[in-house]
Design a protein around this ligand. Sequence first.
Ligand SMILES: Cc1cc2nc3c(=O)[nH]c(=O)nc-3n(C[C@H](O)[C@H](O)[C@H](O)COP(=O)(O)OP(=O)(O)OC[C@H]3O[C@@H](n4cnc5c(N)ncnc54)[C@H](O)[C@@H]3O)c2cc1C
Length: 508
Amino acid sequence: MQSPQPDPTAGDESQAVSRRIQRLSLHLTPNHRHLQNDTAQQLGLVECAKAAKLTVDTSSLSNYMRGKHREIQDRVLDYFNKRPELQTPVEILKDDHRELCMKQLVGLVREAGFRPFRYIVDEPAKYFAILEAVGSVDMSLGIKMGVQYSLWGGSVLNLGTKKHKDMYFDGIDNLEYPGCFAMTELHHGSNVQGLQTVATFDPITDEFIIDTPNDGAIKWWIGNAAVHGKFATVFAKLMLPTRDTKGITDMGVHAFIVPIRDLKTHQTLPGIEIQDCGHKVGLNGVDNGALRFRSVRIPRDNLLNRFGDVSRDGKYTSSLPSINKRFAATLGELVGGRVGLAYSSVSVLKVAATIAIRYSLLRQQFGPSKQPEVSILDYQSQQHKLMPMLASTYAFHFATSHLVEKYSEMKKSHDEQLVGDIHSLSAGLKAYVTAYTAKSLSICREACGGHGYASVNRFGSLRNDHDIFQTFEGDNTVLLQQVLNKSHSLRPRLEFSILFYDLEFFRG
Ligand SMILES: Cc1cc2nc3c(=O)[nH]c(=O)nc-3n(C[C@H](O)[C@H](O)[C@H](O)COP(=O)(O)OP(=O)(O)OC[C@H]3O[C@@H](n4cnc5c(N)ncnc54)[C@H](O)[C@@H]3O)c2cc1C
């Protein structure tokens, strides 16, 4: 048997370790360092900023990352760069912010000629690319656009039929019909099936009567309601008069188009009461409000009737056999908002990580005497904060791009299995990514020290605006429970679930 050969690299390795320890000790005991120049050289103490030679072809990388939608994103950013009066100042009052946000959206659509609504069904990836760009201008604008096109517009397109598209598409597209998505109530948020607002069919007048039966059923947090909305898609229990002893049957939650303000005068319509939800932690460019309905009559045609309809004589028809199936189909069609939110959360992470990493490259603290100080990105602790975050940002970018691709496929094929998969995939990714981004925003702020706390450096607004991403479009805890349910249903005996990327793993 041969005796082991000495490891020729062992010496180098221990030297490298001691070099590293010496470097770190500079950080821990800054006042006791008296290093000679040659020692500093030996330690390789050159500031990151000067040492970094950028050999990455950033244009190719950007093309690779943003693909064919780079051009439209650049045009959006160009438009806002050329319109300083449309840029959100660091200090702005709530009411001014709301008006500015509406002006930004109107400018984007009517002046710059972008028509995001036209892509929402046929080219969702393009829609999400525009959303990413406007969200980086001001996250309130991204959410305002999402309320108008994904939520209000999306509900009309996805839950309605041709008559609704014919009647509302242009007004939604050109912003003549700003609208709301009124699902949440004061007493029911996550539990959508518990909603209490009712829409009772009146066979005599051929109308639905929308009612808020108690204070807990007031629609709450509704984007676009406090100031700008003219219409709302209202989610309510459809009540049908019957000839049996009960006299009325609850057909489950359906969606109805309800005009809330006069198209010309902008006055609140009779029977509608609107309150302002007030100043929020963030997203103050969005006017969230509360809606109460007192026997508001709407034509029968205003029922968004893709999954269930009521005939002139009050008969209910649906291709889906049960309330639960109809409810699942309805929510399944609304998943686009959640996909957009996961995608936008990654955009926030990109912005925050970029600011923190660039700053860390240039910021210098401590170092050998008479030498340039060390770039803080050279400290291992700083790298631990930011480098895994950078890697995760890339990973999330590709994961959410994959989600958007699958979602686009689903919009074309309406394949039932794909609908279920997208529901779980978007729920899992939205919950995971938004929670990660929320934590990272604090880490980025800290990583930039005191300068990270100056409002102009954006971490405060990013953190406040993004925080609610963990709650709306599905509370993260509730979404993760749904993912777990799905994974258990696919693999009943799987004891521990992981966040999954490919549901085939569970089917296999
Ligand atoms: C700024 C903003 C804008 C919004 N915009 C709109 C809009 O335009 N339209 C609209 O309809 N809604 C909107 N919402 C409402 C939003 O969708 C709801 O806030 C969200 O669905 C959560 O509901 P909730 O607030 O009632 O929370 P709840 O459902 O009451 O949740 C509160 C807590 O309870 C926990 N919890 C709930 N259920 C369970 C469970 N089964 N197991 C374990 N824990 C549970 C949650 O994890 C959470 O921590 C908006 C909200 C905000 C703040």
